[in-house]
Design a protein around this ligand. Sequence first.
Ligand code: SAM
Ligand code: SF4
Length: 322
Amino acid sequence: MLIDGHGRKVDYLRVSVTERCNFRCQYCMPEKPFSWVPKENLLSYEELFKFVKVAIDEGIRKVRITGGEPLLREGLDNFIRMISEYKDDIDLALTTNAYLLPRAAQKLADAGLKRINVSLDSLKPEVAHKIAQKDVLKTVLEGIQAADDAGLKIKINCVPMQGINDSELCDLIEYCKERAYPIRFIEFMENEHAHSGAKGYNSIQIQNILKAKYNFEKLERTDSSPSQNYKMDDGYVFGIIEPHKDDFCATCNRIRLTASGVLIPCLYFEDSQSIKDAIQRNDIDEAAAILKDVLANKPEKNKWADEEGSEVSARAFYETGG
Ligand code: SAM
Ligand code: SF4
């Protein structure tokens, strides 16, 4: 079992397989970064898998593949197969913008993937275009349908942004309700890479928007999911991810691995350690020791806060994978 320096059990690994993306979302990567990590500096899937095995053997029970846009990296289905065949009781999931899902969904399901989270911020073509800076909505919706047809369980993520998609939160709930997909609204996390004018909403503000149409009650937290869930009168449950709340980090159970082999203990801070050399030397003991050291030094709390002028992280979401 993996326990961090603040006594939290860590059993969730997020693996970013690429920082590249085919969208330029305003809250994440509005402009192409100055440079990408050169492909030769990335860990191969075999090397990433070697570390995933170390992590699973040490106590990781949930693995999420993310990015950038993970479907841009060729051979993702093989990577998924490696993990699902190593231990079939690992909760294996993928986060994607769905643009490449129309072609990929069935292959991913055949490789052993069970669950995907899809970012869907708008149901209006022009708004989706404005957020991703590309005409994406039709293909994204086809991708979600393809994933559903392939039997994947689907969750929707949405980042409410001031003056952009805030009038659509109820429509997104209706879209998800009709299809029995859970939706989670994510508070915009201020970071240096987002569009300079980007402004999100905190949980209270999101709830106030939804209260215009729905009655709902807060549910007790029963697990270490980052989502605070709310139940509507008709039983539909939606979630809000509330990183600006004071107690958000108290149940943090996760750690992140980038495509270039860097282990990141917290989404907010710059601290990290590389497992690349250890993995490439096949030094499994050293990789496990680095993992434990990173956990021993995992920060207690992020610095996003509810009041006006919340701190701004220097970390790029497209690198850490969210
Ligand atoms: N490209 C994939 C996608 O968009 O789903 C996976 C990577 S993306 C970085 C992972 C998640 O991070 C997405 O749900 C996205 O909405 C979220 N995200 C990115 N930047 C964010 C920000 N500044 N605040 C809150 N969530 C953010
Ligand atoms: Fe790409 Fe996902 Fe970031 Fe949007 S949120 S730019 S889809 S990595």
